[in-house]
Design a protein around this ligand. Structure first.
Ligand code: SF4
Ligand code: SF4
Length: 289
């Protein structure tokens, strides 16, 4: 089972939920992998403190033009939907940060003047935190495109784990869609504030467009207004857990500790969520109760 933990905005407690779910599932005897897909700012390792066993470069292929063969016909720039290759004066330039590595220009070149070369976009790390297996990716500074790194993290998930927890980037843009695609269940973590509700609405639209089963976790549930509950009631969306605002959890977070270890009452909340997400009935809910 693959559970993606996401949120419409940053700072809602998504990593806290993801890391503690993974920890408690492992404590319950499940074979668990935690995967940090938030490759622009991975921080699950701060709480799980894994021992890293393997590390490798994440590469993607970029076009390389053989200027001896190139006749400057311009066909490559015509076919590129992303304006990532262009004939400029007497040369063909490749703009790597725009390139989606689709290979279209290579196929279109009548002179076979375009090859490919690997370009490192980040680092992939695999390890373990106790009995939780661990995967994360970290995008290189200055790299604009995170989906290749997210795909590398997902491709590295061990196939024998019976539960994979994917800690997704915040928002609803391409990196999030890449992260949640293929999940069996999407947990949307929100907070009861106007900003939280607005971004939750966007995340719900995304989940419905992707036809993913999903449910809501309200973090700091007693700290704001009741609009999130009203919205979920109107929309027929299941709230799977309510986690109260708790200074002890915030203090554990600031020390880089797992709240499930440091704060027993928090452990009870997440254990209840784990029981709910393990239910087959949830998988049948594609967003409309
Ligand atoms: S399609 Fe090939 S030959 Fe034509 S401009 Fe591009 S690289 Fe040069
Ligand atoms: S590989 Fe695709 S995206 Fe990249 S330059 Fe060629 S056509 Fe454009």
């Amino acid at each position: 089972m693959r559970i993606a933990v996401a949120s419409g905005k940053g700072g809602t407690g998504k990593t806290t939920v993801a890391t503690n779910l993974a920890y408690l599932a492992a404590q319950a005897g499940r074979t668990v992998v935690y995967a940090d897909c938030d490759v622009e700012e991975p921080n699950g390792h701060l709480f799980l403190k894994p021992t890293i066993e393997r590390e490798s470069s994440i590469d993607r292929l970029l076009p390389v033009v053989d200027h001896q063969r190139c006749t400057l016909c311009g066909r490559c720039s015509e076919v590129c939907r992303f304006s990532a290759i262009a004939c400029v004066g007497q040369s063909v330039l490749v703009f790597g940060e725009l390139c989606h590595s689709c290979g279209g220009c290579q196929l279109a070149c009548p002179e076979q003047a375009i090859g490919e070369a690997p370009h490192s976009v980040g680092r992939l790390r695999l390890g373990a935190s106790g009995s939780v297996r661990f995967v994360d990716g970290m995008l290189n500074v200055g790299e604009a495109m995170s989906p290749p790194a997210i795909r590398a993290v997902k491709a590295a998930l061990p196939t024998d784990a019976d539960l994979a927890i994917l800690d997704c980037p915040p928002g609803t843009s391409c990196p999030v869609i890449e992260s949640v695609r293929g999940a069996d269940l999407l947990l949307l973590v929100t907070e009861p504030t106007p900003f939280g509700l607005n971004d939750l609405g966007l995340a719900v639209e995304m989940a419905r467009a992707l036809r993913l089963p999903f449910g809501i976790v309200v973090n700091r549930a007693d700290a704001g207004d009741r609009e999130v509950w009203e919205y979920c009631r109107r929309q027929g969306i299941a709230i799977l857990a309510e986690i109260p605002d708790d200074r002890a959890v915030a203090e554990a977070y600031s020390r880089g500790e797992l709240a499930a270890v440091a704060v027993p009452r928090f452990q009870e909340r997440v254990a209840g969520l784990l029981a709910k997400v393990s239910s087959d009935r949830l998988l049948e809910n594609r967003g409309v109760a």
